[in-house]
Design a protein around this ligand. Structure first.
Ligand code: 9MR
Length: 453
């Protein structure tokens, strides 16, 4: 349904150069109850723990950048430091995204976990499809590690040197490296990394090693023997890609046994996926699961901290890989903190009372031309619901709404107020409603702060 609002000025005719629209510029109105909460990074620091997130460099602006900078004290590049990213063709390096993330971290007083130097996945085709003698493979690996670790020498606190070396039964995974160099590629990689940057902590990182099982025991035995041999190994990364309701009962015991070996333990890639839709009962269970993971790390001195694998559901690998699953991170896709966020805060000693849920309005400009623009507002609920809504904002730069649809909008001076139409007042828990409008602008067209009430 599309209804023309009466009572608005027609779009004024403007002259001058057209300005390119900032497509999709978004501003989220965070519920007031959450604005005063202590950032996770401050809570974690008070406990001497790291709270980190994987990030995508190109997204580190706007709300995504604000949250990444404000809430976390560690960052891991999700893909930017992988071999296929940094050396897509042999001898041609691309450090742009990795450099950007490291600079962002430095600007925000954050530590960086480098990820990852030796893996069976996300290698460039030239490497994966090449035919190499063991000697050539060894040289390639040494050069790669030396080049990348040296580039960030002194600026990274830790490296996931070797990623995912084991099968589920605890045998070594058959990879380019294992097949070409034997199991000792791990010791060699660690030794080369130490030589390139003696100050970075060196980790072996794997998944499905959170509880005591055959795979984590193989990792345990490897770390034990590396230490006995004097190979540089400082820590183990337990990735923790978990499923709702399935935090292993032996999680803390497992962290403790690694810590007792004298290595750091980091939870490096935490997410907890659920079958969609993300109804309230699942979000509540997810919060309990997040809390169990954080509690286990807080309880063991040798657990250095927890990194989530993306902090928002809009930047998570889960929906792409597990069909029908998602909602695995602490913020929903509109950057609204979920119960899981508050569970992390609570586990880190936060004292605020978490709101049971929230609805937020998000304003975006979807297209813009020299005299006009089309905007949209999305109202989304997570852990809460609405039966009617009104969204208000102030157009500080003289913008005028000329037409609205899926809402009844009025504008008095700069003040705009849009209420639900007869058919879209209900926003279910986990659901959303969108309305749109056309407007006129001149000079600038900044995104206003919107209020949902
Ligand atoms: O988050 C990463 C995603 O963007 C990539 O498409 C994917 C490819 O395998 O890798 C993801 O990160 C992985 C991490 O590097 C190692 N552990 C498993 C993670 C999820 O696949």
């Amino acid at each position: 349904m599309r209804s023309l609002r009466s009572g608005f000025s027609p779009a004024s005719l403007l002259t001058g150069a057209a300005t390119l629209a900032t497509l999709g510029a978004l501003l989220v109105a965070a519920p007031a109850a959450q604005a005063a909460d202590t950032p996770l990074r401050d809570l974690a620091a008070a406990k001497g723990k790291a709270i980190g997130t994987a990030v995508t460099g190109s997204k580190l602006t706007g709300t995504y950048g604000d949250i990444a900078g404000a809430q976390f004290n560690w960052l891991t590049p999700g893909n930017a430091m992988k071999w296929e990213t940094v050396e897509p063709s042999r001898g041609t390096y691309n450090w742009a995204e990795a450099d950007q993330i490291v600079a962002f971290a430095q600007a925000h007083n954050q530590q960086v976990r480098g990820h990852t130097l030796v893996w069976h996945s996300q290698n460039p085709d030239w490497l994966e499809n090449g035919t190499w003698t063991p000697a050539e493979l060894s040289t390639l690996l040494q050069d790669h590690i030396s080049t990348e670790v040296t580039r960030y020498k002194g600026r990274l606190a830790a490296w996931d040197v070797v990623n995912e070396p084991f099968n589920e039964d605890g045998t070594y995974r058959s990879t380019l490296w294992y097949n070409g160099l034997g199991a000792d590629y791990i010791a060699q990689a660690l030794t080369w990394a130490r030589a390139a940057d003696p100050s970075a902590k060196l980790y072996i990182n794997d998944y499905n090693v959170e509880g005591v099982n055959a795979k984590s025991t193989a990792l345990y035995n490897l770390v034990k023997s590396l230490k006995e041999r004097g190979v540089p190994i400082d820590g183990v990364g337990l990735q923790a890609h978990l499923i709702l309701g399935q935090v292993p009962a032996t999680f803390q015991q497992n962290i403790q046994r690694f810590a007792d070996l004298g290595v750091d333990v980091a939870i490096t890639e935490l997410d907890i996926r659920m079958q969609l839709p993300a109804i309230e009962a699942k979000l509540t269970q997810q919060a309990a699961d997040y809390k169990a993971v954080l509690d286990a790390c807080v309880a063991v001195t040798g657990c250095s901290g927890v990194t989530v694998w993306g902090f928002t559901d809009s930047d998570s690998w889960i929906p792409d890989v597990f069909e029908g699953y998602g909602a695995a991170t602490p913020y929903d896709e509109n950057y609204v903190p979920k119960p899981a966020y508050h569970a992390i805060a609570t586990a880190l000693g936060g004292t605020t009372t978490p709101p049971t849920g929230a609805c937020t309005a998000t304003y975006g400009v979807t297209s813009q031309w020299n005299t006009g623009f089309t905007g949209q507002v999305r109202i989304a609920c997570s852990g809460a619901a609405l039966s009617a809504w009104r969204v208000s904002w102030s157009f500080g730069a003289g913008q005028r709404i000329t037409q609205a649809w899926n809402a009844t909008c009025t504008q008095t001076g700069t003040a705009v107020s849009c209420a639900n139409a007869s058919y879209n007042g209900t926003v279910t828990n986990g659901g959303s409603v969108t309305f749109g409008f056309n407007g006129a602008w001149s000079g600038t067209n900044p995104v206003p702060a919107v209020t949902l009430g």
